[in-house]
Design a protein around this ligand. Structure first.
Ligand SMILES: Cc1cc2nc3c(=O)[nH]c(=O)nc-3n(C[C@H](O)[C@H](O)[C@H](O)COP(=O)(O)OP(=O)(O)OC[C@H]3O[C@@H](n4cnc5c(N)ncnc54)[C@H](O)[C@@H]3O)c2cc1C
Length: 486
C-alpha cells in the first residue's frame, strides 16, 4: 500500500463485498476489505436459502431483476474458476389451485419479459414428471431450468481466496465506526480506534449498510430486518427433492420452500417476519409448525423426524424493496451497495460489475494487471474421492486417512487446510469444510477440531470460540496450564 493509503476500502466481507473485491482485483489498485466479525461471511451471507434464482420473481425495471438475470448467467464461469459447490438443478413453482395458476401465469410473463431462458409453463402431469413426489392435487406450475443451488459461505470463501491471491488485504475485527475526509483521502476509524486511509470507500455492510451510509452522509435509507427461519433435514431423509420447489409467492416473500442443498441435505424455509433486533436469530416452535404445514402442502411425505437442526437468517429489507447501489452527488468517492436482500447472492457478481462501472464513472482509474489470475486451486474432499484415487491421496498426505467428522466424511487434512486459509473458529471451519454440519451437529467432532486448532495455531484452549467475539467454548477463563474441560 503506497504511503499506507488504500485506493479502495470495502466495508463488509459478505458476498457483496467479496464479489466487489475480487472483481476490482483485476486492476492495479491497492484494495482492503474491513470486516467487523472474526471471519468473512459471518453476516447475512452465511444463512440463506442458497438458491441461484432464475429471474422470474422480480418486476422488470428493478435493479433486482436486472442484476439477478445477469448474475445468474455469470455463475458457470465463476464455478470453473473458483470450484465452490454449485449445481443448476432447476426450479419449479407449484400451484395448488386454479386460482394459484393465475400467479404462475403472471410469473411466466414477468420472467419472459426479464429474459429468463427456457422458462416453461407446466401442466399438472409435466410438473409431476419433474418432481414426482409433489402433492397429487397440484394444479400445474412453472419450471426454470437455469435456477440452481450453491453453498453460499463456500462461495464467499472462494471469492475471498481469489481476491487475496490477487493482492486484496482482508482486515477482520475492524468495525468501521467513524470517518474523516481531508484532501481527497478518507480516514476510516474502527470501534477500537484503528485507522485506515483510502481514496475510495464502498459500503457493503449488509444489515448495517444504512448506518454506514448515514455515517458518510450519503443516501438516506432504512434497513428493517426481516427474519427467515429454516429447518435442515438429514441427507438420509425419507424424501429428497431433485429441484428447488417454490409455492406461489406472497406479497412479502417468495414463500416457504423445499431446497435440495448441493451437499445432499434438504432445507425447509424461510419464514418472513419483520423484527427489531438485527442480531435476533432465534428459531421458534410456532414457526417449525408453520414450515412443516406449508411444505407438506407441496410434498406430503416430508417428516419432522428428519430434522437435524434449525437456524435463521435476517434479510436487510429496505422501504423501496430494491437494491441501493450508487454513488452520491454530495459525497465524493463513496459508493453504496446496500439493501442487498434476496436475490443478492445470485446477483452478487453483477452487483460487483455495476460497482466497478460506478467507480470508473466517479474517477477511479482502472488499469488491468498483467498478472491477474482468476483461478484458485481445487482441493480434494475426502467424501468426493473415488476409491481408486484414495490411496494416492493418503500417500501424498496421510492426514486424509484420519476422519474427523464422520457424518460429513471430513478428514484432518481438510480441517488443517481451513485453518491455513484463516478460518480459526468452529463456525469458520464448519462453513469451509462441512465438519459439524451433519446428523450429530458436531457432537462427536467439535472436540477433535478444537484440538487441531490448538495444535495448528498455538491458540490456548480457552481462547477458541464458536464464532468470534465472546462465544468462547469455555465460559470461564482458565489458567493456560489447566486441562481442557468441555
Ligand atoms: C432468509 C434469507 C434467504 C435468502 N435466500 C437467498 C437465495 O436463496 N438466493 C439469493 O440469491 N439470495 C438470498 N438471500 C439474500 C442474500 O443472502 C443476501 O442478499 C446477501 O447474502 C447479502 O450479502 P451482503 O454481503 O450484502 O451482506 P452480508 O453478508 O451481511 O455482509 C455484510 C458484512 O458487513 C459486515 N459489517 C457490517 N457493519 C460493518 C462495519 N461497521 N464495519 C465492518 N464490517 C461491517 C458484516 O459483519 C457482514 O459480514 C437470502 C437472504 C436471507 C436473509
Amino acid at each position: 500500500m503506497k504511503n499506507d493509503i488504500a485506493d479502495v476500502v470495502i466495508i463488509g466481507a459478505g458476498v457483496t463485498g467479496a464479489s466487489i473485491a475480487r472483481r476490482l482485483s483485476v486492476y492495479k489498485l491497492d484494495i482492503a476489505i474491513v470486516e467487523k466479525e472474526e471471519d468473512v461471511s459471518f453476516g447475512v451471507s452465511k444463512a440463506n436459502s442458497g438458491i441461484m434464482h432464475a429471474g422470474f420473481h422480480h418486476s422488470p425495471g428493478t435493479l433486482k431483476s436486472e442484476l439477478e438475470i445477469y448474475g445468474n448467467a455469470m455463475f458457470d464461469e465463476l464455478h470453473r474458476e473458483l470450484h465452490f459447490p454449485f449445481k443448476r438443478c432447476g426450479i419449479v413453482v407449484a400451484a395448488m389451485s386454479i386460482e394459484e395458476m393465475k400467479t404462475i401465469n403472471h410469473l411466466y410473463a414477468q420472467g419472459t419479459k426479464n429474459g429468463v431462458i427456457g422458462l416453461e409453463l407446466c401442466s399438472r402431469n409435466r410438473i409431476r414428471s419433474l418432481e414426482p413426489e409433489l402433492n397429487p392435487d397440484v394444479a400445474g406450475g412453472l419450471y426454470a431450468p437455469t435456477g440452481g443451488i450453491i453453498e453460499p459461505y463456500r462461495f464467499v470463501f472462494s471469492l475471498i481466496e481469489s481476491a487475496k491471491k490477487n493482492g486484496v488485504k482482508i482486515i477482520n475485527k475492524f468495525e468501521a465506526s467513524g470517518q474523516e475526509y481531508k484532501n481527497g483521502i478518507y480516514t476510516l476509524i474502527s470501534k477500537e480506534n484503528k485507522k485506515l486511509k483510502a481514496r475510495y470507500v464502498i459500503n457493503a455492510a449488509g444489515l448495517y449498510a444504512d448506518r454506514i451510509s448515514k455515517m458518510f452522509s450519503a443516501q438516506d435509507f432504512k434497513i428493517t430486518p426481516r427474519k427467515g427461519e429454516y429447518y435442515l433435514l438429514d441427507r438420509n431423509s425419507s424424501y429428497k427433492p431433485t429441484r428447488v420447489i417454490f409455492p406461489v409467492p406472497t406479497r412479502i416473500s417468495k414463500g416457504i420452500l423445499i431446497v435440495p442443498t448441493v451437499e445432499g441435505t434438504t432445507l425447509l424455509g424461510p419464514t418472513a417476519e419483520s423484527i427489531k433486533n438485527k442480531e435476533d436469530v432465534a428459531t421458534s416452535h410456532d414457526n417449525l409448525e408453520k414450515i412443516f404445514h406449508s411444505t407438506r402442502r407441496l410434498i406430503p411425505e416430508i417428516s419432522e423426524r428428519d430434522i437435524i437442526t434449525s437456524f435463521a437468517g435476517i434479510r436487510p429489507a429496505t422501504e423501496k424493496g430494491d437494491f441501493v447501489i450508487d454513488s452520491c452527488d454530495k459525497v465524493p468517492a463513496f459508493i453504496n451497495a446496500g439493501g442487498i436482500q434476496s436475490p443478492g447472492l445470485t446477483a452478487s457478481p453483477a452487483i460487483a460489475e455495476r460497482v466497478k462501472d460506478i467507480l470508473k464513472r466517479i474517477g477511479c482509474e482502472l488499469i488491468e494487471r498483467a498478472d491477474y489470475d482468476p483461478y484458485i486451486d481445487e482441493l480434494p474432499k475426502l467424501r468426493d474421492t473415488e476409491h481408486e484415487t484414495l490411496d494416492l491421496l493418503v500417500k501424498k498426505n496421510p492426514q486424509y486417512a484420519n476422519i474427523i467428522c464422520r457424518c460429513e466424511t471430513v478428514s484432518e487434512a481438510e480441517i488443517v487446510e481451513a485453518i491455513k486459509q484463516g478460518h480459526t473458529t468452529l463456525d469458520g471451519i464448519k462453513f469451509y469444510t462441512r465438519a459439524q454440519m451433519g446428523r450429530c451437529q458436531g457432537g462427536f467432532c467439535s472436540y477433535k477440531i478444537i484440538k487441531i486448532i490448538q495444535r495448528e495455531t498455538g491458540m490456548p484452549f480457552n481462547r477458541i470460540t464458536k464464532r468470534g467475539g465472546g462465544s468462547y467454548i469455555l465460559k470461564k477463563t482458565i489458567s493456560m496450564d489447566s486441562k481442557p474441560v468441555l
